[in-house]
Ligand binder design. Structure first.
Ligand code: HEM
Length: 492
């Protein structure tokens, strides 16, 4: 018989019997002093934590980024310092709307969140598999998410709410077109791209700022399901992504992505025809071509899903020297939102959990709080405030970013006024093959079933403005004609 470790209580005392509770006589009742039973029941009651309010269903793995090209002229970040440099990372993929138990093969945007454990702190790039988003002002984010979640009365998801909101928010057209296209239902996480989506900044050793967008191109190729195929997959398994990703890594087939950036000189932001900080827009590759950075590889499955995937906490606020924010209003709001969500979902000291803990020294003066369990060595027990004269940790001015010129009166600016929401989704539509366009429009028509006709007409009007074939194609699938379009369009 191989030696088996002795079962203990959580306080470490050996357990003599883990099959029979302690009773007064063989038939019971039970004795209060059976603390082992009480502890097991009490722990079970505390096994669940709140699920993420969005992106609840996810799949994650560990891996690394290896730099293949020198981009140090744009960024002084240590992880890009030299070709060949390798940085450990954790990546969590997710769907947005479904709850923790949702089926994997559902049409939805996918999260693509990476935590790079760099020598200068954790850098979290919390992106999606799409380069744009549904809204451009964070004031609309909670409203948008409400339309994706369950109706308060029916407890069912509501296509009417989704299309009502989208048809009243034309800035969503670009993302809706991607969501309803083949990209909206990848076969598994390794068959899709990742995008940082927002514009961020890079700062080089000369303290020059560049605007940057991050891309991760799948090396496995794009593979997608049609809605019908997705339905068949779900009938067989609700966990198809977990099976595919976990299985591939267990078999040693490490999925890879090519990391690339688009770089815009700081001054160009004043010149582009579009606002480069608008999350509903892409930067044309002809103007800002992709520059290769390195290879991202996933090669190790988590040992404990809950500890490493459910408790991993990403936040766009986590940047490192050489990588910074931009004026993008959505990014600005996310800098607040994520750490706040983590303090609620995981607790004050979520960053000390092993999966979230930086792999570099951490010195701060935050004090106490629930579950304070970690060392935070400031080098001297008297150094618990700052400034101090006991050589406690102090700021390092060499990490200051160059000043950012900002102008304008404080006001609530109408982000829809004069904004072209139609050209880019129209261009995307025109890039698609006839078969891709047909699948896109079929998916839209399927998703619109049961939606009141006024909402359908309003939305079809937006598709028409993107491209007449797009509007007419969806209209005809919904049993509408050109005369059903808003009058101003039908006359065009
Ligand atoms: C998750 C808020 C926009 C990607 C979350 C969570 C919150 C949130 C509260 C749950 C965090 C947690 O409990 O761990 C917001 C707000 C947004 C916004 C307020 C806009 C103002 C976006 C955008 C993207 C994005 C534009 C992608 C470009 C993600 C991803 C996750 C997530 C990938 C899951 C991260 C993980 O795997 O743990 N978001 N979000 N979100 N969000 Fe957002």
């Amino acid at each position: 018989m191989p030696h088996r470790p002795t079962l203990t209580t959580s306080a470490g005392a050996p357990v003599s019997d883990n099959q029979n509770s302690l009773s007064a006589g063989p038939r019971g009742p039970l004795l209060m002093q059976d603390y082992q039973l009480l502890e097991k029941l009490a722990h079970q009651n505390r096994e669940r934590i709140p699920e993420r309010v969005v992106h609840a269903k996810g799949w994650g793995a560990h891996g690394s980024l290896t730099v293949t090209q020198d981009i140090s002229r744009y960024s002084r970040a240590g992880l890009f310092a030299k070709v060949g440099q390798k940085t450990d990372l954790m990546l969590r993929f997710s769907t947005v709307a479904g709850e923790l138990g949702a089926a994997d093969a559902e049409r939805d945007v996918r999260g693509f969140a990476v935590k790079f454990y760099t020598d200068e702190g954790n850098w979290d790039l919390v992106g999606n598999n799409t380069p744009v988003f549904f809204v451009r002002d964070p004031l609309k984010f909670p409203d948008f998410i409400h339309t994706q979640k369950r109706h308060p009365r029916t407890n069912l998801r509501s296509p009417t709410a989704m299309w009502d909101f989208w048809s009243l928010s034309p800035e969503s057209l670009h993302q809706v077109t991607i969501l309803m296209s083949d990209r909206g239902l990848p076969v598994a996480p390794m068959f899709m791209n990742g995008y940082g989506s927002h514009t961020y900044s890079m700062i080089n050793a000369k303290n020059e700022r560049f605007w940057v967008k991050f891309h991760f191109k799948t090396q496995q190729g794009h593979k997608f399901h049609t809605n019908a195929e997705g339905g068949q997959v779900i009938a067989r398994s609700r966990e198809s992504y977990q099976e595919e990703l976990f299985g591939a890594i267990e078999r040693g087939q490490s999925p890879r992505w090519t990391m690339a950036i688009q770089i815009m000189p700081e001054a160009d932001a004043e010149k582009t025809a579009y606002n480069p900080f608008d999350l509903t827009k892409v930067w044309p590759h002809a103007d800002y071509p992709l520059i290769e950075v390195g290879v991202l590889e996933l090669n190790r499955n988590p040992d404990n899903y809950f500890a490493e995937v459910e408790q991993v906490a990403f936040s766009p606020s986590n940047v490192v020297p050489g990588i910074g924010f931009s004026p993008d209003k959505m990014l600005q709001a996310r800098i607040f939102s994520y750490a706040d969500a983590h303090r609620y979902r995981l607790g004050t000291h979520y960053e000390a959990l092993p999966v979230n803990a930086p792999r570099c020294p951490v010195h701060h003066y935050h004090k106490d709080g629930a579950m304070r369990f970690f060392r935070n060595d400031t080098g001297n027990p008297d150094a618990y405030y700052e400034p101090n004269s006991v050589n406690g940790p102090a700021e390092a001015p060499e990490y200051r970013e160059p000043p950012l010129a900002i102008s304008g009166d404080a006001d609530r600016y109408d982000h829809r006024a004069g904004n072209d929401d139609y050209s880019q989704p129209g261009n995307l539509f025109r890039l698609m093959t006839p078969a891709e366009r047909n699948r896109l429009m079929d998916n839209i028509a399927e998703a619109m079933q049961g939606v009141p006709v006024e909402i359908v007409k309003r939305q079809v009007g937006h598709f028409y403005r993107c491209d007449p074939d797009y509007g007419i194609g969806v209209a005809s699938r919904m049993g509408l004609g050109v005369t059903d379009l808003p009058r101003s369009l039908a006359a065009e």
